[in-house]
Design a protein around this ligand. Sequence first.
Ligand code: ACO
Length: 321
Amino acid sequence: MSIKILGTGSALPVRRVMNEEIVRMVDTSDEWIRERTGIGGRHVSVGETAASLAADACSRALEDAGKTAEEVELLLVATCSPDEVAPCTACRVQDRIGAGNAVAFDLNAACAGFLFALHTAWAYVEAGIYQNALIAGSEVLSKLVDWEDRGTCILFGDGAGAVYVEKCQEGGILGFVQHADGKKGGVLAGGGRQLVSPWAGRQDFRRFLQMDGREVFAFAVRQVPLNVEEALSGAGLTVGDVDLFVLHQANRRIIEGVAKRLGAELSRFPMNLEHVGNTSSAAIPLLLDELNRQGRLKRGMRLVLSGFGAGLTCGACVMQW
Ligand code: ACO
């Protein structure tokens, strides 16, 4: 038994911010950003929220699957940039789309969040608890980014992607791995809140995301191929059996490095980071939706999804579409 993706959806804020606009804010250039990252533009919220983007993406995924919100049993939202601490984003989405019969909660594993949520849904279905799930990755990272830090503000974008999955007897998820290394938590961290009680005194806190870019880069290029090979081996498959590698869209050079290490042609690594940037947990489902709507995903195709992010967290999933 496994789970199969039956529908995809996505949503992006209306406002697009091209590199040229960022060049007027920090000391950088369009050439530098494109050459070092592959990013040309990103969408930035001017009022859209993690909940509104996730709800739009979820509604589109349900429509694509031909399902109604009332049918959903489990609603998961992966996010590291929720609009509020409580209630969770998934409950806001449940209310917005009318998924009144679903249990709803959030999951935060940063950029690996969508993958971890997908694996969580698989585990619930495998245990016989639920028969289906609606899973979104949604981020408004623009509120956690220091727009004066050229090392990070060029990278991130806002958006959401979602999938509807259902129990299946054949195909679906064939194998997965997930890992976390809290010792490396400081490599990419921040977006904190300040203690305000009279007893706390003055606390250090990181209002914005801070990142050791080189360390994240090295981690991703080293770890993603290992995760992919581990997941493939668990499914009894090899790199040659895979039609498409749908990787977290952080940086074009990371994806090129992973392809090289795996010995796979870059043409099997679709990318959309040129126009959306790094959307963290939304990146994989956003790209899946783009591929689906372009008709590039055919039933029976073998896909590998792989993500990595703050935590540090990482994982990979092998599936038959
Ligand atoms: N424009 C111009 N120069 C810049 C910029 C910029 N936007 N940013 C940094 N530089 C400068 C640095 O200051 C440095 O200058 P120096 O040599 O005078 O000190 C020089 O460029 C090189 O800096 P590096 O950090 O070595 O540049 P690098 O080639 O590593 O590229 C980057 C930086 C793009 C951030 C890269 O390290 C990267 O992509 N890392 C991975 C980031 C990532 O994927 N993060 C998210 C993953 S997890 C998640 O999504 C939450």
